[in-house]
Design a protein around this ligand. Structure first.
Ligand code: KG4
Ligand code: ZN
Length: 343
């Protein structure tokens, strides 16, 4: 296990990002640069990410973002220990741009390529900022995924629960859209909910009490839609109350699902070292509070990366690459990009 310097590239959705991370031989990490360009402005007029626009923007932006990341880290390409790219899952056009760029750098500078699973990168991020040992329990909630994962080691993940329909971030985004709030909806719903009355509407708590650790969000989303169309035209207070009701129901369901997930974790793998949250939805303060309570009730510590490392970024890809590299897990230049890639 030797120290390494890894460049990481993230292009699976609407962030064009690159970062340089150092991993020391004791397993600790340090971010030397972390450049994230959000394409939100390009996609906002369409109310969601347009894959073709995203792919073209990655092509336009990535070279410059990589150059800035290298410059800010004051690292020369020839001093890199490896180059990592998110090779999926995600919007395939963007994944191709990022992975191909990483392959070119690897080829030209004769440095190892690490093809990183974007979800694995979210899962390993807490080890970049804190000394966290395996195993731990991960709650991953983003625009495309909602999962409870037992993280047993690098490359060793067991999925304990997942959503049977919408991802949690997707549900936040759809609720925002139906209430006329701009994209991306998660932060908008959180803001509106802060001035709303969560008790005004009796929204369902999906999956409550079920023995498995799965999630369901589409029924709740439909309940919000029905209430919104009944009240239409909506007053600002209606919007706040609908957001508050939705968020409270999503929270209560999440807490219940995690109670079950942690119980299953204990039965199968013993006590986890922590409950860890990751993914864009983990930026939500109310959800953080609920997760903290779940962890306390389960007698485990709660850990969460800072918000900028919860949403998509290059440092998480570089770090996952460094963790894999330390174990000799490198990939060939033939590695094919993957739109779908289970953890
Ligand atoms: O991890 P991420 O940046 O990208 C994906 O891999 O999907 O997550 C983005 C998702 C979006 O659906 C966004 O609405 C949601 O995370 N999100 C939030 C909040 N901030 C971002 N959801 C709820 N509350 C927030 N504060
Ligand atoms: Zn993500």
């Amino acid at each position: 296990d030797t120290a390494s310097l890894v460049l990481g590239i993230e292009t699976t959705c609407d962030e064009t990002a690159a970062a340089v991370v150092e991993r020391r031989s004791d397993g600790s990490g340090r971010i030397l640069s972390n450049i994230v360009h959000s394409q939100i402005e390009d996609h906002a007029p369409f109310g969601g990410v347009v894959p073709e626009i995203a792919a073209r923007a990655h092509v336009d932006l990535l070279d410059g973002i990589v150059a800035r990341a290298m410059q800010q880290a004051a690292v020369n390409f020839k001093n890199l220990s490896g180059v990592a790219a998110a090779a999926g899952p995600g919007l395939i056009g963007g994944v191709i741009v990022g992975l191909t760029t990483a392959k070119a750098i690897a080829l030209v500078h004769n440095t190892p390529l690490i093809a990183v699973n974007h979800l694995e990168a979210h899962a390993l991020t807490p080890r970049l900022t804190d000394a966290l040992a395996f195993p731990y329990c991960l709650f991953l909630a983003s625009g495309g995924h909602t999962q409870i994962v037992a993280v047993l080691g690098v490359g060793n993940y067991v999925r304990l629960g997942t959503t049977v329909d919408d991802a949690m971030g997707e549900a936040f985004d759809k609720v925002a859209k139906m209430l006329g709030l701009p994209y991306p909806g998660g932060p908008q719903v959180e803001r509106a909910a802060a001035s709303g009355d969560a008790e005004r509407f009796a929204f369902p708590r999906p999956m409550l009490g079920r023995p498995d650790a799965n999630f369901s969000l589409s029924g709740l989303k439909t309940a919000v839609r029905n209430e919104a169309s009944r009240l239409s035209p909506l007053e600002p207070q209606d919007i706040n109350d609908l957001c508050a009701g939705f968020q409270a129901a999503a929270l209560e369901s999440t807490a219940d699902r995690l109670h079950v997930g942690l119980r299953i974790f204990r039965e199968r793998f013993g006590a986890p070292h922590a409950l860890v949250a990751a993914g864009g939805v983990a930026a939500n303060q109310a959800i953080r509070g609920a997760l903290q309570q779940v962890a306390t009730a389960a007698g485990t510590q709660f850990m969460i990366p800072p918000p900028a490392l919860c949403t998509d970024n290059g440092a998480m890809i570089a770090w996952a690459g460094a963790e894999r590299l330390a174990l000799g897990l490198v990939d060939s230049l033939e590695f094919a990009p993957r739109a779908r890639w289970l953890l």
